[in-house]
Design a protein. Structure first.
Length: 267
């Protein structure tokens, strides 16, 4: 029987660092053909075809192969249309389409967001967007900005890395406090965090408000410290502080350092 077996040879090429893989392979039998949509006369066997034991009329075989050129193109398009829901899922949408998908929700990605953060933001838009412009909503967005590999715990209030504190004297002012982990990052990383948080806060805050950004070692700030949030003691090595806070680069720190031997300077 002609066409009983299908033999397929594939040659895979890799970069030398990754192994190529086949994600999908489709074989259809009997082969799909647009010929089935034409009138039956185009598929009828002639006496000559029957005499030569042909399964497909010779004229139909030519027409079938001619239509296969168009069918090969349109079938691919139909498959993409059938799988169009993948374009609307932030987990499966191509990276280049994330901006388009976010525009449906009125979301504009911060410039420094990586692909995982973009997908996470769209996926959790139903949680973040109703809180936009609020203290909690700003905290959640800033926590996402500092987490390059976000998980559902990123939005957990108990796992926050950023706190927004209202000014008890002026309601239109607030403070953004960056909570440091047990192992303090390098000064360059801290500088980048301040820049990211400052830029994102200025874009997302209510227009009539003003703010300041500082780390949680700046404790007991008059007018902003809240019991339990801005009053917790924490040891931070001076050598790991921002460059502007390193001894020798700030005259105030130099005066404080002299307090070890000069009783006039008392912390």
């Amino acid at each position: 029987m002609v066409g009983r077996y299908l033999y397929l040879e594939l040659t895979l090429h890799g970069s030398g660092r990754t192994t190529p893989r086949i994600r999908a392979l489709r074989a259809i039998y009997p082969r799909f053909s647009y010929l089935q949509y034409l009138p039956k006369i185009y598929r009828e066997l002639s006496a000559e075809d029957i005499e030569n034991k042909r399964d497909i009329p010779e004229s139909a075989s030519l027409l079938d192969r001619f239509l296969a050129n168009t069918e090969g193109i349109l079938t691919d398009l139909e498959g993409r249309m059938a799988a169009s829901e993948k374009q609307l899922d932030p987990r499966s949408s191509p990276a280049q389409d994330l901006e388009w998908l976010a525009s449906w929700l009125g979301i504009r990605f911060p410039e420094h967001f990586n692909e995982r953060q973009k997908r996470f933001l769209i996926q959790h838009a139903h949680t973040l967007l109703p809180l936009r412009g609020t203290r909690r909503g700003l905290e959640m967005l800033l926590n996402l900005a500092l987490d390059p590999y976000p998980t559902p715990h990123t939005l957990d209030p108990e796992c926050t890395r950023v706190k927004v504190l209202e000014d008890i004297r002026t309601p239109s002012k607030f403070s953004v406090v960056i909570l440091l982990p047990e192992t303090v990052p390098d000064p360059e990383i801290l500088e980048q965090q301040v820049q990211v948080i400052t830029l994102l806060t200025s874009q997302e805050k209510p227009a009539h408000t003003s703010f300041e950004v500082y780390f949680d070692w700046a404790l007991f700030k008059v007018g902003t410290a809240v019991l339990g949030s801005g009053t917790a003691l924490k040891n931070v090595p001076v050598s790991r502080l921002l460059p502007s806070l390193i001894l020798g680069r700030n005259p105030l720190l130099a005066r404080l350092w002299d307090a070890r031997t000069d009783p006039r300077w008392v912390l």
